[in-house]
Design a protein around this ligand. Structure first.
Ligand code: NAD
Length: 361
């Protein structure tokens, strides 16, 4: 891999490689953009097969955060941290603190939080070396685990979608299929059940899915069949790539509204979905509740009610996006990318001469 070419192609501002011999830390922090504010993004701890895979992931994920944060109207740019290795094997206090020093060395250009493989407790360890951490616990002045806020944002996105499709935000009686019932999907199921929605659920973890089905009176379907169930909402809440060349022709939902990042195996599938009459509401719009919640804890005391109000604002963002895309004859994905781009162009010029830095978090 030609690293400098990859950074240039992605339009990244800078990439930091950090290493601590004693703890085995090998980390990459990709700062994609600070045009709208400090680059905000999680830290992923994962056993990548190769160094090139880890670099590619950091570059791709940091670019996606720029889109997500801009489209959500946040005053943050996009970045992502990646720690290489199996967290169960090598995670230690020293490693996390060494990573914290790397975050600190960027002087506020990058602010981090939880992602796959990192927890709230890890953020608190990182916070011993740097103030530039957003996802710490409530008692440490942070916003806590972002998953409930992400699930709340999904419900808001479903309401916005329902208003667009059926002229009512009501979810009672709507049929939702939730693929992946982990932290976000499980909470989404509970929120939808409380709204009186009908639920069909699927997860590779049979114990989790059976327990939730018994709790909520949901139907269970095999993960490989979930996408083909006739329903109002399909909510992919497991891994990326749920919408691919094999599954898209079999979809029988009115809309896709899910938390998983990178649901489309290929962006060109947005056109195939539109041709099939399936409304795909872009993942980075729908799953922004977690980062909106984290942003509320950065640079000011966290207030749960204010954060919830902002997360609920996803309903209006989705409705506006879908109505505008329909009026302009473009896919919601194209509309969402244009929305992010438009905000960066409109607000970014303000900071062109003196990039924003926060003194601390
Ligand atoms: P999680 O690990 O708690 O839950 C994922 C669930 O999916 C698990 O129960 C797992 O058993 C299940 N699963 C894995 N592979 C599956 C498959 N092939 N078929 C069916 N089920 C499968 O993760 P989470 O925090 O709930 O996140 C879910 C998705 O949402 C991820 O893609 C994540 O990147 C994205 N996301 C999460 C947040 C957040 O706040 N946690 C925010 C934005 C995006």
């Amino acid at each position: 891999m030609d690293v400098f070419e990859a950074i240039g192609n992605g339009g990244h501002e800078q990439v930091l490689f950090a290493r601590d011999e004693a703890s085995g830390l090998r980390a990459i922090i990709a700062v994609h953009s600070t045009v709208l504010g400090p680059a905000l993004g999680g830290t992923r701890f994962h056993a990548y097969a190769t160094e090139a895979d880890a670099i590619a992931d950091a570059l791709r994920l940091s670019g996606a955060m720029t889109r997500k944060n801009a489209a959500a109207g946040l005053d943050f740019g996009g970045g992502k941290g990646v720690i290489m290795g199996d967290p169960r094997a090598i995670k230690s206090e020293r490693l996390l603190r060494a990573y914290g020093r790397a975050v600190e060395s960027l002087g506020g250009a990058f602010i981090t939080a939880e992602d796959v493989g990192t927890t709230l407790a890890d953020m608190e360890t990182i916070a011993r070396e740097t103030a530039f951490v957003g996802g710490t616990g409530r008692d440490a002045g942070g916003c806590g685990d972002p998953s409930p806020a992400t699930a709340r944002g999904l419900v808001a996105a479903m309401r916005g979608t329902a208003r667009h499709l059926w002229r009512s935000p009501e979810l009672e009686g709507r049929h939702a299929v939730v693929l992946g019932t982990g932290k976000v999907g499980g909470e989404l199921c509970r929120l939808l059940a409380a709204e009186g929605a009908r639920l069909t659920i699927a997860d590779v973890d049979a114990e989790v899915v059976e327990g939730l089905a018994a709790e909520l009176g949901a139907e269970v379907v095999a993960p490989a069949e979930a996408h083909a169930v006739d329903c109002d909402f399909l909510a992919p809440c497991a891994l990326g790539g749920a919408l691919n060349a094999a599954t898209v022709p079999e979809l029988r939902c009115a809309a896709v509204v899910g938390s998983a990042n990178n649901q489309l195996a290929d962006d060109a599938l947005a056109d195939a979905l539109a041709e099939r009459g399936v409304l795909y509401v872009p993942d980075f719009i729908v799953n922004a509740g977690g980062v909106i919640n984290i942003a509320e804890a950065v640079g000011r005391p966290y207030r749960a009610e204010r954060a919830e109000r902002r997360v609920d604002g996803i309903e209006g963002i989705v409705l506006e996006l879908l109505e505008r895309a329909r009026a302009e004859g473009v896919t919601p994905l194209a509309g969402a990318i244009a929305r992010a781009r438009g905000r960066i162009d409109a607000i970014g010029g303000l900071h062109a001469r003196a990039p924003r830095r926060r003194a601390g978090v």
